[in-house]
Design a protein around this ligand. Structure first.
Ligand code: NAD
Ligand code: UD1
Length: 337
């Protein structure tokens, strides 16, 4: 069944891949983005991939009047809400901006949806809501603990959505907790595109592979993990995008809300990521072991069975495929505007 979908933050990394997946599933999608963290060339690239004109509203999710006009014009059936600020370190120094965009933006979107009578939403949450988990692989029922303002905004968002569904059963929300998204679209036309020196492993390794940075600093090799380096559950962004299509199908089809992890259920260490990227780019990537990063968690791996049961979601792509597609993207994406 075709749905008309509003995709906030649809020009960003995960949003742009989800746009492609939603179009492939036959949905009509309108992107809303203020391009605070996206290139202006993304819509044109999405047109190249999908072969269809891309509808974009350039605007801010905190602008209720603009949202009302968009709902009146397009009559959306559902919203997929990606728009947010996401840099953990920055959230420690600019917490108010994070509460404003991530919590205020979500509230404004929900209010506009309520006014328009549209009560189906998919929400981008994060594994970061688990803080330092007691159990790994981590199940959805684990306790939620904020480690920083960014994580706190995701917990508040989830709780707000929980209360909303309790207050009015006409609402149905899919809360998706992403583990570590990586990789790029097979076309190499869209991918992760950090503006500054990346904080996260995969984009940092990509910059070293490009020769833009000298070497990878591995943050500690004395963790209680098989090779001593941090372990994460990397999930290909195209698999992740498909998870949103399945979440929407469940919301629109059965009206059933859900909270699920989106991960592979399998972890890879920092050294395994570097080795896989070396295979992808076919060059040696220099790295040095330095101290642990403050606040880092040794292992983050998803319990992935609930997403399989509730959504029929299973990942298909391997770490090697993530690295190969990332390398294809970064090595052809120079000079993007
Ligand atoms: P991104 O920065 O690439 O995408 C976010 C998009 O939202 C950008 O295009 C940005 O321009 C837009 N945006 C920001 N503020 C806006 C505003 N006020 N109004 C309208 N648009 C605005 O980030 P991403 O990696 O694609 O993440 C998408 C979502 O997934 C976010 O909610 C993020 O917190 C969440 N998430 C990301 C990761 C990750 O590792 N990338 C992990 C877990 C959760
Ligand atoms: C980051 C976010 C987290 C988010 C998650 C998923 C931070 C502090 N946390 O955490 O909120 O939910 O991504 O996208 O940004 N590493 C190195 N060298 C580097 C970079 C990272 O060794 O230059 C190591 C880290 O110690 C870790 C692993 O690589 O073991 C992955 O790190 P990163 O990509 O930053 O992701 P998370 O730590 O999971």
């Amino acid at each position: 069944m075709t749905s008309r979908i509003l995709l906030t933050g649809g020009a960003g990394y995960i949003g742009s891949h989800t746009y492609v997946a939603l179009c492939a599933a036959g949905h009509e999608v309108v992107i809303l983005d203020n391009f605070a963290n996206a290139r202006r060339s993304v819509p044109e690239r999405l047109e190249q991939i999908t072969g269809r004109p891309v509808r974009v509203i350039t605007g801010d999710v905190r602008d209720g009047a603009m949202l009302d006009a968009a709902f009146a014009r397009h009559g959306f059936d559902a919203v997929v809400h990606f728009a947010a600020l996401k840099a953990v370190g920055e959230s420690m120094t600019r917490p108010l901006d994070y509460f404003d965009v991530n919590v205020g933006g979500l509230t404004t979107v929900l209010q506009a949806m309520e006014r328009a009578g549209c009560r189906r939403l998919v929400f981008s949450s994060s594994a970061t809501v688990y803080g330092v988990p007691d159990e790994t692989p981590t199940p959805e029922i684990a306790e939620l603990r904020a480690m920083n303002p960014y994580g706190q905004t995701k917990i508040i968002g989830e709780q707000m959505l929980g209360w909303l569904q309790q207050a009015d059963p006409r609402w149905a929300v899919g809360i998706l907790r992403y583990f570590n998204p990586a990789g790029a679209h097979a076309s190499a036309l869209i991918g992760e595109d950090p503006r500054d020196i990346p904080n996260n492993l995969m984009p940092y390794v990509a910059r070293v592979a490009l020769g833009a940075l000298d070497r990878i600093a591995v943050f500690g090799d004395d963790y209680d993990t098989p090779d001593g380096t941090g372990v994460r559950d990397y999930i290909h962004v195209e698999d992740l995008a498909r998870g949103h299509v399945l979440s929407l199908a469940r919301l629109v089809g059965s009206g059933m809300g859900h909270v699920v992890n989106l991960g592979t259920g399998r972890g890879h260490s920092v050294l395994e990521v570097i080795a896989a990227y070396q295979r992808a780019c076919n060059r040696h990537l220099p790295h040095v072991i330095i101290d642990r990063r403050a606040g880092d968690v040794p292992i983050y791996v998803a319990r992935a069975d609930k997403a399989a049961e509730v959504l029929g979601f299973r990942t298909e792509k391997t770490l090697d495929e993530m690295c190969a597609s990332s390398w294809q993207w970064v090595s052809t994406a120079e000079g993007l505007t």
